[in-house]
Design a protein around this ligand. Structure first.
Ligand code: F6R
Length: 244
């Protein structure tokens, strides 16, 4: 695990955007593993800008998102499909047919999850997986207790995560309790992983992720097992690491 500490949120985002842009230039057919969440908002602004201003070409790029809420249709404004369309896809020349998220309203969710996992494989696997981290250590919706060898599946969203994302829904009662998420083993299959952590809310969990034991209690600690994983953190998130 490599760790890069930068002064603030914006410098973390700029560093990650540059890394992704260079990866696209090096491999225009790159398969990106994409995430949602507040940390990603500014990243997608910079990637959108890279297309409109710097003419970075997304036409051969494919994306696989980590997760989607169960029960939300793609058109639902709270769905991750909607989030991706609005924040990234519509601002670039990516082909929508090359952008994948699990279908949260599939009639057979187990089958949908297995098909999603298979689709990642038929695309040759994920070249570069971008991750955020939950305050409880989740990656994707692999909440504490998720098996380290888990694959794409329907999963329960932890109560603390429901609270974390409630502001986006306006009300905690509106947040779905389940999602289809790619598994921890699926994430670890990615050729390269980059995790972004910014702000004081991530300080405690980042220290546990990097310096604690690999354990299902902190799903992100599984990243210690990956041979090519970079964590980019701002000073606030890395505070306990610098002190160590
Ligand atoms: C969402 C996802 C989550 C978020 C995490 C951090 O697709 O994968 O694991 O990355 O909850 O969210 P923010 O960035 O809002 O703190």
């Amino acid at each position: 695990m490599d760790l890069k500490i930068l002064p603030d949120h914006q410098s973390v985002i700029a560093y990650a955007a540059q890394l992704i842009i260079e990866s696209i230039i090096a491999n225009p057919k790159i398969v990106l593993g994409t995430a949602t969440g507040r940390t990603m908002d500014d990243l997608y602004k910079l990637l959108s800008r890279a297309h409109t201003v710097d003419k970075i070409d997304f036409s051969a790029v494919s994306t696989f998102n980590l997760d989607e809420f169960i029960g939300l249709a793609p058109e639902d404004t709270n769905s991750y499909r909607h989030y991706m369309n609005q924040n990234l896809f519509k601002n670039t020349n990516i082909k929508i047919a090359n952008t994948f998220l699990p279908n949260g309203i599939a009639p057979d969710l187990d089958r949908e999850a297995q098909a999603y996992e298979a689709k990642i494989r038929t695309h040759g696997g994920i070249d570069l997986q971008i991750l955020g981290i939950g305050e409880n250590g989740h990656i994707g919706f692999n909440e504490p207790g998720s098996a380290l060898d888990s694959r794409t599946r329907p999963a329960q969203i932890a109560p603390e995560t429901v609270a974390q994302i409630a502001p986006l829904f306006g009300n905690e009662t509106l947040v779905p309790r389940r999602a289809i998420t790619i598994g921890i083993a699926t994430i670890l299959d990615a050729k390269r992983i980059v995790l972004l952590a910014t702000g004081p809310n991530k300080t405690r969990i980042l220290a546990q992720t990097i310096t604690g034991p690999v354990s299902t209690t902190v799903p992100a600690s599984a990243l210690q097992k990956h041979p090519n994983c970079l964590i980019i953190a701002d000073k606030a998130a890395a505070r306990e690491l610098q002190a160590a």
